[in-house]
Design a protein around this ligand. Structure first.
Ligand code: MIG
Length: 818
């Protein structure tokens, strides 16, 4: 214990020296850049245990192995035996959950074991490997962990290199714009404003240092929680090696055992958290553009939705609503009375979302700047001068969001916007982006919640801390109402504070394909509430591309059309016939499926499931699935395959094993094969798993337009038992945190003479509607009677042979009898 305190002091001293040294070097660029020396772990000669932590040392360097859960083990390296104090923006609280674990030693190795995994530390060479309880090795070092002392900034470059197997596949890592399977790629994490990014361009706006390996049917994850510029190589340089390394910080990673990809994703969510429940309206359609102004234009767009009877909930104000791009001000010429405008929009069902940038204009007559300056809230260079850069407002300074006091201040600045009725905040330019220079210089200092450091350490978390400040501020100001936030930059864990969009994409078919992959990948990497700029931000889509994008966007967790200012009008009716009608039909479908999406969101929030799931997550044993990237499921019941080529009249779709129903035709299809599906402009392939219960709302022009009087339950026949869920609550408060919600479970099971549907409920919420409208799809027999809780109910059969009837929402059992 005492040793530990001394070490922390030593360390603190060293960090201060580092800063001074950096200052020194920056001011004397010619001064002593000493050669870089690579060092490797030697042989472990001692093992110690401190509760759930195990220490191994070669006499100088130390390795710490922490048992977190049965499936999660963390490894850390301290080149000179001193570990940094525990702190992570990604993992706010490292709770130890494993109860049974032990250290074993034999001639060749030390071994830390839980009920599920073993972490082996080889005595010969300090190689670290992991195996499951059947002693199947899943991950092993190819060289010992190593580091380079970089005297320029007084820290280390840290490296970990593992074996890469012949058929090993890799997934995750956020929104990299490349093939879904990352095998053979080398990628970098350094948040970057990447306007009109291209296929394979790297890095982009976000840094998610988490990947999943899949080999011989077993998945494991590596979460390399290091905020410095980080690198990943999945068999690119050497096909037999997978490496990850960073330009500073600690070598610290979590090994997360599967065996299924879904287990890995759920465990990753356990570490980094999930998205809070969004306000229900945020799952509706959002219309955005750079920019809608003045006020008359905003009204015209809003009216356009209502006149065209196209549902819409969110309407956005981009940077032109501000006075000279000064955050938290209004351009009174364009928006003379924002309160009135927002109120009138709200009366018509529109929720106003405004943009905010981190750059604060240097202007002593501007209250936000004045206060930030007085309180020293802006970032400074190592020589103590303020960090300045040009962005939209001109000369700017930038709040240090890694300082909790600054976050508190920033959060409070939203008070007026909230008073005006703003419902959500769009956080842009937070990589951070600076004109010309790209981003901040490396030497900018950050408070980092007391763990001071340079921009090299804080760069990748800057945007996440900005949106955290925004979200936490809004949460306080909006009392019990759920705020909506969206961010461009982020780091692992950003999902606790915000939704995410993929940034400035392009109106091209290639970008439609990319967007599909990026959303699946984000969902796999902890960020389920994500979307692309529908239609493409820059460039001009034609009607066909826009409609295909709306169709894909209907099944994006976040659905927003957005476009750059120098493009033609881009509303769902801008392309005329036949596009307007098709766009309307799909946006209406989005609203019909809201209760399904909302329930899927609950499964994400509460249980850590991703909202979108690549096919490989359903059937990871099939090698061919490791390379499929078009199809995905939306929740676990609906499979989507967007149309990604112009003029495509039909396309192949792979259906995982089991039985499926074509959503449009009700035709039943066997899975485990590729099927060819017609894809005229009016449809994209959508399939529903047999046995599913898909809840449906009536079409509304916006969330809350009318009281829901009845929920439709679409029940798909199955001859095996299938469970479905429906989550219901107020849709806009935090009452769910006090357990005020209702979780309904449906069990569907069919025999040749009867289909049974059972319902159980748990929770404290009572929805206001009274009855369900049942729609039974794919019944293989003509019914003679329907028994609901033992009572005969009247029914009808429509032209699709669907059986329809009504009954109370409190039913326990329905039997449809031959
Ligand atoms: O330098 O606010 O990605 O969505 O419309 C461009 C204007 C700044 C970039 C965002 C885009 C937004 C635009 N912003």
């Amino acid at each position: 214990m005492e040793e530990n305190i001394v070490n922390q002091e030593l360390l603190a001293n060293r960090l201060i020296e580092e800063e001074e040294e950096e200052f020194h070097h920056l001011n004397n660029p010619a001064d002593g850049i000493k050669p870089i020396i690579k060092k490797y772990l030697g042989v472990p000669n001692r093992a110690d245990q401190l509760e759930n932590k195990f220490y191994f040392t070669d006499g100088d360097a130390k390795v710490e192995v922490t048992v977190v859960t049965d499936e999660i083990i963390r490894v850390r390296l301290a080149p000179h035996g001193v570990f940094l104090e525990e702190f992570s923006y990604a993992v706010p609280k490292l709770e130890q959950k494993a109860i049974v674990f032990a250290l074993h030693e034999d001639e060749s190795e030390f071994r830390v074991s839980t009920n599920v995994v073993n972490c082996h530390i080889r005595k010969d060479d300090f190689f670290i490997s992991f195996s499951d309880s059947q002693n199947h090795i899943t991950s092993t070092d190819a060289v010992p962990m190593h580091w380079e002392e970089n005297v320029k900034f007084g820290g280390y470059y840290v490296y970990c290199t593992k074996t890469c197997h012949k058929e090993e596949s890799f997934f995750g890592l956020g929104d990299k714009p490349t093939e879904l399977n990352l095998r053979g790629k080398r990628l970098k994490n350094w948040n970057t404003d990447a306007y009109s990014f291209a296929w394979n361009q790297d890095p982009l706006y976000r840094s998610i240092p988490f990947y999943i390996s899949l080999n011989e049917g077993i998945a494991h994850g590596i979460f390399f929680d290091n905020t410095f510029k980080a690198h990943f190589d999945f068999g690119a340089e050497d096909t037999t090696k997978t490496s990850f390394w960073a330009d500073g910080g600690e070598l610290q990673y979590y090994y997360i055992h599967g065996p299924h990809m879904m287990d890995v994703v759920k465990s990753y969510h356990l570490l980094t958290g999930t998205h809070p429940m969004p306000p229900l309206w945020a799952l509706g359609y959002h219309q955005c553009r750079w920019s809608y102004y003045p006020e008359a234009k905003v009204r015209k767009i809003a009216n356009g939705f209502r006149e065209n009877k196209i549902p819409c909930d969110g309407i956005y104000l981009d940077i032109d609503y501000m006075d000279g791009y000064r955050c938290f001000t209004w351009n009174r010429k364009y928006f003379p009375d924002p309160k009135k405008m927002i109120k009138e929009l709200a009366a018509d069902g529109f929720k106003t979302v405004v943009i905010i940038d981190p750059g604060i204009r240097v202007d002593d007559n501007y209250a936000v700047f004045k206060e930030g300056k007085e309180k020293k809230y802006f970032c400074r260079r190592c020589d103590d001068y303020f960090m300045e850069g040009h962005v939209w407002p001109g000369r700017c300074q930038f709040p240090d969001y890694t300082n909790p006091e600054v976050r508190e201040w920033w959060g409070g600045l939203f008070d007026e916007l909230v008073q005006l009725g703003v419902a959500g905040v769009w956080n842009d330019m937070n990589e951070p982006a600076v004109f010309g220079a790209g981003t901040f210089p490396d030497d900018v200092r950050h408070q980092y919640d007391g763990f001071r450091g340079s921009h090299r350490k804080a760069h990748n978390v800057y945007g996440m801390q900005m949106v955290r400040a925004t979200y936490e501020g809004l949460r306080k100001l909006m009392k019990n109402k759920r705020p909506f936030t969206i961010t461009r930059a982020g780091y692992s864990g950003v999902q606790r504070y915000s939704s995410v969009w993929t940034g400035d994409n392009v109106a091209s078919w290639e970008h439609l394909k990319l967007g599909n992959i990026q959303m699946q990948r984000l969902s796999t990497s902890g960020i389920s509430f994500c979307g692309t700029d529908i239609g493409g931000f820059s460039g001009e889509p034609d009607g066909e591309l826009f409609t295909r994008w709306i169709q894909m966007g209907t099944f994006s967790p976040f659905m927003r059309a957005h476009s750059a200012g120098d493009t033609k009008e881009r509303e769902p009716w801008s392309f005329g016939a036949p596009f307007t009608n098709i766009n309307r039909k799909f946006i209406e479908l989005r609203y019909r499926m809201l209760p399904y999406l909302y329930s899927t969101f609950w499964e994400h929030h509460r249980y850590g499931f991703p909202i979108l799931r690549s096919v490989v997550m359903q059937e990871q044993d099939e090698i061919s699935n490791h390379f499929r990237q078009d199809e995905f499921t939306y929740g676990d019941k609906i499979l989507i395959c967007p149309v990604l080529e112009p003029g495509q009249q039909s396309r192949k779709v792979y259906l995982p094993k089991g039985k499926w129903f074509n959503f449009w035709t009700y035709e039943m299809v066997d899975g485990g094969q590729e099927v060819t599906v017609p894809t005229p402009l009016e449809t994209i392939p959508v399939f529903v798993k047999a046995g599913s219960v898909i809840p449906e709302y009536p079409v509304m022009q916006y969330v809350g337009e009318k009281e829901i009087e009845e929920v439709k339950l679409n029940i798909y026949y199955s001859n095996y038992e299938v469970n479905s869920f429906l989550f219901e609550d107020y849709g806009e408060t935090f009452a769910y945190e006090q357990d005020i919600y209702l979780e309904k479970k449906f069990v569907v099971s069919g025999k040749s003479t009867v289909l049974t549907v059972q319902q159980t409920m748990e929770g404290l919420y009572t929805p206001r509607y009274e009855s369900y409208h049942f729609n039974i799809i794919g019944l293989p027999f003509a019914p003679t009677k329907i028994l609901a809780d033992g009572k005969d109910v009247p029914y009808s059969i429509d032209e699709n042979k669907c059986v329809e009837f009504k009954f109370t929402k409190n039913f326990k059992q329905i039997e449809i009898v031959k």
